[in-house]
Design a protein around this ligand. Sequence first.
Ligand SMILES: Cc1ncc(COP(=O)(O)O)c(C=O)c1O
Length: 464
Amino acid sequence: MSGWTKLPQTVTLSEEIAQLESNMSHWPNESSVSKQLYDRALEVMPGGITRNQPWQEPFPIYAARGEGAYVFDVDGTKRLDLLNNFASLVHGHAHPEVVEKVRERVGLGTAFTLPTEAEILLAETLTRRVERFEWVRFSNSGSEAVMCAIKAARALTGRPKLVKLEGAYHGSYDFAEVSLDSNPENWGNEPRSVGFSAGVPQGILNDVIVIPFNDVETAERIIRASREDIAAILIDTNPSYLGFAPISPAFAEMVRRVSRDIGALLILDEVITFRLHVGGAQSLYGIEPDLTCLAKIIGGGLPIGAVAGPRDVMKVFDHRQGKPLLPWSGTFTGNPVSTVAGSVSLELLTKEMIDHIGRLGAHLRDELSKVMEKTGFPGQVTGVGSMFKICGHQRPITDYRSAYHNPSEAKTLRLLQGQLVRESYHVSSAGLGFLSTPMSLDDIDGFIQATERAIHALEPELQG
Ligand SMILES: Cc1ncc(COP(=O)(O)O)c(C=O)c1O
C-alpha cells in the first residue's frame, strides 16, 4: 500500500473526553493505524525507522499533529509531550507566532543561493543574548555544529587531538561519538577510547582522549600527558546521559585554565543546555568557552545548528583574506525558514518563560522523588531547570560510570517508559524529558499521578 493514509486531523472535544475517560491508547494494538504505517515502513526503510533514538517497543507511535504541550497520534490518542522532539521545541508544538512567521516565509521561498535578512536576524538575536557570541556561523544540525567546531579547533591550532567527556553525547560524528556508550567490559580503569559504531578507524580512537567528568585530578593529568597534540577540549555542562549532572566549579575552572595553558580551544556544547538561561549554560555556570555549539531551540522547531564565539576565534571562517582556514558550507545552511522560526522562538523565550519551565521542572523532580520513595520504585529523578531524567537505580550520579545502567536497570526504565506511554505521557526510553512553555502545573501533576499508577501497574514485573 502506498499514498497517504487518511488520518483524523482534528479530534472533537467529545472524542477527547471519551478518550481521557477511558484512558485508552490504541497503541500498541495490532489493528492500530500506527501498526499499519510501521508495516509499510518496514518495506522501505531498514528496521522501518530513520532515527534510532525515538524507537519505541514494539513499534513506533506515528504522530499526526501537535498542539502546544500535546501531541496527537494517528489513532487520535492525545499525549502530553515531555520529549518535544528531543528538546528542540521549547514552546511545544505549532506555537501560533512561529507558525505565522514560518507560513509567511514559506510563501516567499524556502531556500536560495542568495543570503537573506533572516540569517542576520537570528545571528543578531544570538549575539544580543551572549556577550561572547560576537560572530555566528550556521549549520543544519547540532552534529554539524560540533563537527564544525572541532574542525575549527584543528584548523586554528594545527593539532589533531580532541579531548571529550566519557559518556557525553554530541551527535553523529565519529570523533564526538567516542566512548559514548562504553561499558564495564571495555571502559578500562581510566577512560579508554571506545568506538561507538563498527568500523571506526583506529586513527580516530588514537586522536580522541577521553576524560572522566568532574574528576579534576585525573582529567588534568590525562590532558597534560598529550598537551602538545590537543586541538580542543569539548565539554557539556550537564550531559544528558549522565542524568544532567552539573559540571562542578572546580572542573569548569580546570578545563578553562588547562586549555589556555596548553594552547587548545575550549568548546562548549550548548545544543541542549542553551534553554537553561537567557545567556545559556555558560552564563549560569560562569564558563568562557572559545567556541559554543548551538542547535535545537535556536531553530524554533526546524533543522538548524550554529557555532558562535569571539571574533579572534571565529575568524577561522572569514574568507576576506583568501581561502579561510576552515571553509564551511552547506546547501541549506542559514535557510530563511529555520532562521525565521529560530528568531521568533528565541524572542519568546524570555527570562520569565525560562523561570516558568524551571519551576515546573523543580516541582516535577520533587514530587516524582516523593512518589518513588512512597512506592519503593528502585530509581531516582535527576535534572536541572526544565530538563529531567528518570534513572533506574539509586546510586548518586556524578559521572558516566555512576550514571551507567546495567541491563536490568535499563529494562526497568524501558518498562516504566512503555507504561507511561499507555498512560498518555511521552518520555524517552532512557527516561529523558524536556518541558515546554505551554505546560502548566496541572500537566505536571497529571504526569506525577500517572507515574505512580504506572509504577503500581509494573509491580509484578519489577518484583519478578
Ligand atoms: C548535547 C548534544 N549535542 C549535539 C547533538 C546533536 O544534535 P542534532 O541531533 O541536531 O544533530 C545533540 C542531540 O541530541 C545533543 O544532545
